[in-house]
Every structure is written in C-alpha cells, then in structure tokens.
Design a protein around this ligand. Sequence first.
Ligand code: HEM
Length: 154
Amino acid sequence: MTHDEQKYPNPDEFKPERFLHEDGSLTSDTMPLGFGWGRRDCVGQHLAEAALWAVITSFLATFSVHKAVDENGEEIPIIPKFLPGIAVLVDFPPYHSSLLISCCFSHPETFPCRIVPRFKNASVERLTQLTGLGPSESVNINFEPNADIAIEQL
Ligand code: HEM
C-alpha cells in the first residue's frame, strides 16, 4: 500500500518532497498506514509523530548532513542499498486475532556521511542544548548556515 505507483511514482526512491507542495508546505498525506487503522489502531500515533517531528526538525535545524569525502576531498557517492528484515505484528483474542509477518528490504545499509553543525564556534554541549536533548540554558551563538566544520573536529 505504501508502494502504490499510482500514488507514489518510483516508490523505492527516497523522495521526501513527495509530501510537499510546490511552495514547500506539507501536503495532507501523513502516511498513517504504519499505525494501523480501525478500532485497534495505535493509541500512541500522535505522541510518536510529535516526538519524531521534534527530534528530526531540531536535528536538522542544528546540523546539516552531507556526503562523506575521501582522502582527496572528493565526495563519496551514496548508492542506496536495503537489507531484508522481519516485522511481526501479533494481535490477540478476544478482540480479534491476526498474525502479520512482513519480510522486505526494509533496513538501509550503513554508509559514511558528514554531519556538520550549522553554528560557528559551538561546542558539543551547546549543540546538544540546541537540539533540545540536553539540559536547557540560554545560548548565544552566531548562526552561520554554511559553516563547514565537521563534527569530529569539535
Ligand atoms: C513510530 C512509532 C509507532 C508505530 C509505528 C506504532 C505502530 C502501531 C501499530 C501498527 C499498532 C497496531 C494497530 C492495529 O492493530 O491495527 C499499534 C498499536 C498500539 N500502539 Fe503503537 N506505534 C508507535 C508508537 C506508539 C507509542 C509511542 C505508544 C504509546 C505511547 C503506542 C501505543 C500503542 C498501543 C497501546 C497499541 C494497541 C492499541 C489497541 O490494541 O487498541 N504506540 N502501534
């Protein structure tokens, strides 16, 4: 269902822009299938979506992600490869019983990348605060969108 070519052309391609209008605003397609449907659908859906939104947007506001570079400074191309994995969903009586076992190419193979802070002169502690994952404290650092500092150099 999530690979319906009518709705999602080239469904195996990673294209987050599928879910954006031309002006960059989000479409109403929230792809809710992963949470089930009907009277036993996931009660944690809204919490899970809000938490993921907060984590991912905080991360992307703080860091940019780039291809890794080799010893000659050339970008290493990413060839997406996926590995099979098993997802099991079991539902118990008396409500209804079902067993779904899904085996598909669901896990991306690891690949090298470069995670670059968007802020100049920021320590790991300050960047952690900015993601909202560390202790909060007022921070005052220069915003520099193109700062090219690899995180391992901090
Ligand atoms: C990305 C995160 C999550 C995914 C993909 C997910 C997915 C699912 C799915 C597929 C079901 C079964 C729906 C069905 O039987 O049709 C389910 C049920 C459930 N989920 Fe989640 N879930 C997530 C996060 C959470 C969280 C954060 C909570 C709790 C805070 C939660 C609590 C539950 C509960 C209690 C049920 C059983 C509902 C029932 O049987 O009436 N889930 N979830």
